[in-house]
Write a protein that binds this ligand. Structure first.
Ligand SMILES: [Zn+2]
Length: 366
């Protein structure tokens, strides 16, 4: 297959007029290597890598934690139809045995019409009750290395990210031992700057939905935000649905961290892709009205938008298009060590490609 006449988002994260050659689902360097010479005319539109959502609980009325394979397929199908070609299904804070069953449903072997599962994001149960957000504190526990190992082994090491609170008893020991195995993301935490800095020095590499469910970036108490900023190897997630974070803070985050370190995530729950109504997240009732999802007490409970809409929102807030695309493709891929396979339009990588017009409407998904 050949994609012609496109304005291609290239490896250097700038747009360039060029053709793309694909053989057996992989991008190749020349026309000679292509056996099926079917042409797709991009008509001068943008050609970008498929988006990668590393923090998503559900969509289309289904949640990863339903431990229902057909529900997970429905989520994966919806994501692909929206230009999100890979994702990390994200679990809520639940009991060990239930988590084990949930993780068993995550398979890399999905039909072609589905987005790829590229790992599990385990959000909890090693969190701080004081910053639980929409997590159920009945199941919050202190970090346990053996429990994590047991869960990860039971799902063939599919866990790529763990969101945890480093200040909990055993938190720093956990990070020291496990950060070589899994990307440790600080979140749902009351950690001070000093504790967060220790966590990053010990190998944590990420912050979960920066600003949400953590102490604010205060001038004398800079918290996780300041510690993440001071550690150059750290990626930060932001939920760019226009509800969780003020547009000014989105602009500030890109300026502070630079567009190499920001990862846009949806943190979507099952109401994504659905009408206003009552839904569920981690066993708690959630009301979704006009894309805002809340618990009965008003706590924001995940988002009801998808990552492509988050990218459009970021651009509408004044983030340069190239930076917004990077934050949905290259950066998430690098953050979970899959950038050698996907996350850019480069020779040898999986041809997960989206064609979109100048108004960021999707024209084709390959
Ligand atoms: Zn979440």
């Amino acid at each position: 297959m050949i994609i012609k006449n496109g304005l291609v988002f290239n490896e250097n994260c700038v747009f360039e007029k060029k053709d793309i050659y694909i053989e057996n689902g992989i991008i190749v360097s020349s026309l000679d290597e292509v056996s099926d010479k079917t042409e797709i005319d991009a008509n001068g539109n943008y050609v970008i890598p498929g988006l990668i959502d590393t923090h998503i609980h559900g969509a289309t009325g289904h949640d990863f934690c339903d431990k229902d394979v057909s529900g997970l397929l429905s989520i994966a199908k919806y994501l692909k139809s929206q230009g999100i070609t890979a994702f990390c299904p994200t679990s809520m804070t639940l009991k060990k045995d239930l988590l084990k069953e949930i993780f068993n449903t995550a398979t890399t072997d999905l039909p072609k019409e589905c987005a790829n599962i590229v790992g599990i994001h385990m959000e909890g149960p090693f969190l701080s009750s004081a910053k639980k957000g929409a997590q159920d504190d009945k199941f919050i526990i202190n970090p346990e290395i053996n429990l994590f190992k047991e869960l990860n082994e039971a799902c063939n090491n599919m866990i790529k990210i763990i969101t945890m609170a480093p200040e909990c008893e055993g938190g720093l020991e956990f990070i020291k031992e496990m950060s070589k195995t899994v990307s440790v993301s600080l979140g749902h935490t009351t950690a001070s700057y000093d504790i967060a800095k220790q966590a990053y020095d010990l190998g944590a590499t990420r912050a979960t939905h920066l600003f949400n469910a953590m102490p604010p970036f205060n001038h004398r108490e800079p918290s996780v935000v300041g510690a993440a900023l001071d550690n150059e190897n750290t990626f930060v997630e932001i939920i760019c649905d226009g509800i969780h974070i003020h547009p000014s803070m989105i602009r500030a985050t890109f300026k502070m961290f630079g567009d190499d370190r920001v990862i846009l995530v949806s943190d979507a729950m099952m109401a994504t892709g659905m009408e206003n109504g009552t839904y569920e997240l981690g066993g708690q009732e959630v009301t979704m009205k006009d894309r805002k999802a809340t618990l009965a007490d008003g706590t924001i409970a995940g988002s009801a938008t998808n990552l492509f809409d988050c990218m459009r929102k970021a651009v509408s807030f004044g983030i340069p298009l190239e930076s917004a695309i990077k934050a949905c493709t290259k950066n998430p891929a690098e953050s979970i060590n899959i950038f050698d396979k996907m996350g850019s339009i480069s020779t040898g990588k999986v041809a997960n490609i989206v064609i979109m017009d100048k108004d960021l409407n999707i024209k084709n998904i390959i």
